[in-house]
Design a protein around this ligand. Sequence first.
Ligand code: UDP
Length: 236
Amino acid sequence: MMNKLEQIYEGKAKKVFKTEDPELLIVDYKDDATAFNGEKKGQIAGKGVVNNRMSNLLMQMLEKKGVPTHFVEEISDRETVVKAVTIMPLEVIVRNISAGSFAKRYGVEEGIVFDEPTFEVSYKNDDLGDPLMCESHAIALGIVTAEEIDQVRKYAFMVNDALKEFFLAVGLKLVDFKIEFGKTSDGTIILADEISPDTCRLWDVETNKKMDKDRFRRDLGDVEETYQEVFERIKG
Ligand code: UDP
């Protein structure tokens, strides 16, 4: 049995604790929600439970498909043991359909289905508002090597293929998503952070209803209910 020792981090949606094992941490998911770089704050009742359990289910599925992840063991509704990593300060975003900042940046409508998924990275830096980042700039700043960014891109597309198929089977279109990678003490790159309706855009196949954090960001209502429904669908 793993015990939570001192808290080492508290983010917008999670707390992270040390354990007796320096290679392992415990993540504790909260119901707090933020959007627009922390400008909008709120709570989504039950979100922590949904995001913890959903993320764990998806990470285990991805492991089977050959993507290494930080998942070790779910120890409660909200808590999971994960491998300790140094998070790369990159938000890795894959898109299948135009939405959000893509639609805004290029002045196009949401819902354009791309022939091929896109890949982009943002610099994970709250003070700067997570700006879009050229890969060569990430290399110049020493955030990743050219080999590492190639590996990250390869994993990101593997994650997209697996998630797209998985969500389609439960009537959800995977519009786009953000993932984060970390490095273990031996330098291995693994998928970390979470995969949840906070970090993916999911639209109902039949109705195109937004089934993700856009309900909170855009005050569309049914926020709690939607998180629960996504989880009900995927847990099978
Ligand atoms: N995303 C995220 N965290 C962020 C920014 C984006 O999880 O800090 C997710 C978001 O939920 C969406 C995808 O990444 O699924 C693409 O987001 P986008 O760049 O369109 O930005 P947004 O419209 O969320 O500002």
